[in-house]
Design a protein. Structure first.
Length: 177
């Protein structure tokens, strides 16, 4: 029995470790923290909770520093309500202005910062913790900073009402003489 136990425990450990191959541990960042490790410099402008791991298969990061565009998918040990509260507190501390939040089973929060927009989606994980998706892209609209670097913004055209066509009015000739 002891021999079987000695074989089963290491085999389970190997299986658990192999399942973690598609994620990367992320260093924690919060407002006021020193600069992140160079490996994660692309994520310097968003908060990362302690213990977060990035899902490499579902994440896409294009660009560098605080000009990246894409989606970062993270697994957290925090519950969904804790993760939502973390992002509601920390995104403004990173300079992101909140513009919308809908919190429920799946929480969605939107933020703007200069000429960029970010959406944070938080949902309960299938087995533990929460899954967080942070999507950042060029903002489609006017910017308070360098307007030559932004996407041109034109408001939707105002449609005037269609002209009302009236049928001509004819008078019947009078039959009185």
């Amino acid at each position: 029995m002891k021999a079987v136990h000695r074989l089963v425990v290491p085999a389970l450990a190997v299986l658990l470790l192999t399942g973690c191959g598609s994620s990367t541990s992320l260093p924690q960042t919060q407002a006021g923290d020193p600069q992140q490790q160079p490996d994660f410099a692309l994520l310097a402008d968003i908060p990362i909770p302690s213990g977060a791991t990035m899902d490499n298969e579902r994440s896409l990061i294009l660009g560098d520093k605080d000009r990246w565009t894409g989606r970062v998918v993270m697994k957290l040990w925090k519950s969904a309500p804790e993760a939502t509260a973390f992002y509601q507190q920390q995104m403004p501390a990173f300079g992101w202005e909140p513009i919308m939040a809908a919190t429920s089973g799946i929480s969605v929060m939107s933020y703007v910062r200069a000429d960029r927009a970010a959406t944070v989606q938080v949902e309960s994980g299938s087995m533990w913790g929460a899954t967080v998706r942070v999507t950042v892209a060029q903002r489609a609209g006017p910017s308070s900073t360098n307007s030559s670097a932004t996407v041109p913004y034109a408001p939707a055209p105002v449609m005037s009402p269609a002209p009302v066509l009236m049928s001509p009015v004819y008078s019947e000739p009078s039959t009185k003489r």
